[in-house]
Design a protein around this ligand. Structure first.
Ligand SMILES: Nc1ncnc2c1ncn2[C@@H]1O[C@H](COP(=O)(O)OP(=O)(O)OP(=O)(O)O)[C@@H](O)[C@H]1O
Length: 346
């Protein structure tokens, strides 16, 4: 059952198309992330769902009803922004209670709800503290509590962890995901951080230049990127020009490799994507192809090596280190050779 359907949504500003025919179906209780580089249209998509912008064409459907023209305050949707937007002159409890007071809820009920929310975001006993006495992470949790207290069906989160340092960001990622699962609310989350998207989401929509490039689970998007843009954006990749000789046979670096892909034209020009961790280092004579190590960098959990081979620089991530200048062989299994159609204008 879908809670939100975006149907053929486009948005133009002064004749410039920033969203180009977006179709997106979001299930109840799903954690969906819009992921893409700066300016690709993530925030605009979120603002259209929230009712802060109207699409130039297309429809926004909420629980089966057309809400394209419904103002933001009438939607059962709340938003958490990157900047916390808390009221500085109110204490924490007043900040959280704000929406409930407008709804004219009784004081006892409000106090109970505020307590519940503070427990949820791990800030019990903080009722009377002032906003400026809180750290960035605590302020962001209050912003989340303030949005959740209204029991929205859908919560929109626009880079909510963007202003936090890395350690806090990681902690909050786990907390947010747990909260979402406990409460069963649909989360629509915007980030340009691929690792964050992979960790938290049920579904990721990868966007570029106002278009959705691929929608899928984190595992699908990582393992089966639909085109070179998605492969490049999600994790690091070797992307090499290749030719599909026939079903299950692809040629690159002057060699023909077995692969698991089919359905291409004979001799169609394609992109081959191989993840750096999927290349196995072997003795030069045992490799399907060979090269010379140009540089080695220790990355904490693995070594990153750049290996030159017939004009192409391969990136390899391995726990085995080969010093610069070593002549090595490389192998890759057919399942780890991802063949994809070339996309114009990347
Ligand atoms: N009100 C506006 N008027 C004109 N252009 C706009 C307006 N809002 C957004 N844009 C343009 O639309 C495009 C998409 O912007 P949007 O904020 O949706 O991107 P984004 O993917 O969220 O980027 P970021 O990650 O940098 O926030 C950008 O080129 C932006 O300059």
């Amino acid at each position: 059952m879908n809670i939100i359907d975006l149907k053929n949504v486009s948005k133009e500003y002064g004749g410039v198309t920033v969203l180009d025919n977006i179709n997106l179906y979001i299930r109840k209780n799903e954690f969906l992330t819009l992921l893409g580089p700066s300016g690709c249209g993530k925030t605009t998509t979120l603002r259209i769902i929230g009712g802060f912008e109207e699409p130039s064409s297309g429809q926004v459907i909420f629980d089966g009803k057309d809400i394209t023209k419904l103002p933001a305050y009438k939607r059962q949707i709340n938003t958490v922004f990157q900047k916390y937007a808390l009221f500085p002159h109110m204490n924490i409890s007043e900040n959280i209670a704000f929406g409930l007071k407008i709804k004219k809820m009784s004081k006892e009920k409000i106090d109970k709800k505020v307590k519940e929310m503070l427990r949820l975001v791990n800030l019990e006993g903080f009722e009377n503290r002032s906003i400026e006495s809180l750290s960035g992470g605590q302020q962001q949790r209050i912003a989340i509590a303030r949005a959740l207290v209204n029991e929205p069906e859908v919560l929109l989160l626009d880079e909510p962890l963007g202003a936090l340092d890395l350690k806090l960001r990681k902690e909050m990622q786990t907390e947010l995901k747990n909260m979402q699962q406990r409460l069963g609310i649909t989360f629509i989350y915007v980030t340009h951080d691929q690792e964050e998207a992979l960790t938290m989401s049920d579904t990721i929509a990868v966007m570029d230049k106002g278009k959705i490039q691929q929608i899928g689970t984190p595992v699908d998007i990582y393992n089966e990127p639909k085109n070179a843009f998605v492969a490049k954006f999600i994790g690091e990749s070797n992307i090499i020009d290749a030719v599909m000789k026939e079903d299950f046979l692809v040629e690159f670096g002057e060699r023909v490799f077995e692969c698991v892909d089919k359905g291409f034209e004979r001799c169609e020009e394609v992109d081959v994507v191989i993840r750096p961790e999927d290349i196995e280092i072997v003795k030069a004579e045992d490799g399907k192809w060979e090269g010379v190590v140009e540089s080695v960098t220790f990355k904490g959990v693995h070594y990153e090596m750049i290996v030159k081979s017939k004009g192409f620089d391969w990136m390899i991530h391995s726990t085995i280190m080969k010093p610069e200048g070593t002549h090595i062989g490389m192998n890759v299994t057919p399942e780890n050779i991802h063949v994809m159609r070339k996309v114009k204008n990347l």
